[in-house]
Design a protein around this ligand. Sequence first.
Ligand code: ATP
Ligand code: MG
Length: 207
Amino acid sequence: MRLGIMGGTFDPIHWGHLVTAEAARHQFKLDQVLFVPSGQPPHKQGRKVSSPEHRYLMTFLAIANNPMFHISRLEIDRPGFTYTYDTVSHLKAEYGQNIELFFITGADVMRDILTWYKAEELLSICHFVAASRPGFTLLDYMAHADLSRFKENGSIHLIEVPAMAISSTDLRRRITIGEPIRYLVPEAVENYIYKNHLYVPDDGATD
Ligand code: ATP
Ligand code: MG
């Protein structure tokens, strides 16, 4: 079995995440992609992140119509913040040693991977699929001497996905100032955001 893991804050989830997961699923013949919303990070770029339950439910809604996409509560049910290494090790143990794991990221995340907790071990127990993302050229990190060694030994794979200049940061900004997010996120996610007053000043986003 080949399992893709799409980790993220998903605050909120958008088409960029889904296109990337689908491209990786197809290209690496993955049997499933497991979306793993992160637990509550201490802070992310100095802002408060929406509650794990909101982020879980938005992700759930976004993938509901894809039988190959699944969601895991693993990180959000653990108190505090969980390291990717622990999540991947946990999944490896849970699914058995015959599982082949593919951790899917955007180019921005891949660039910093060597700073992660137990980075070398992580790269030795799962493949990494790094997708192009507007504003972050794949060449940025390929040029990184330490990373190119993992590309050569086959633990990091690069893929091109149709460019989607969508980010959760930009979506939150749009909502805060009343700009549309229609056609940037799945309709069910858009409805969820408005129904729960997420990302509007003095409400939802910080609960
Ligand atoms: P934020 O702006 O809050 O950081 P984000 O849009 O980067 O949000 P994350 O939840 O941080 O979303 O990202 C989860 C994963 O999806 C990361 O590996 C990120 O690189 C990747 N990703 C996010 N948006 C895109 C996109 N438009 N194209 C390709 N990969 C993406
Ligand atoms: Mg991000």
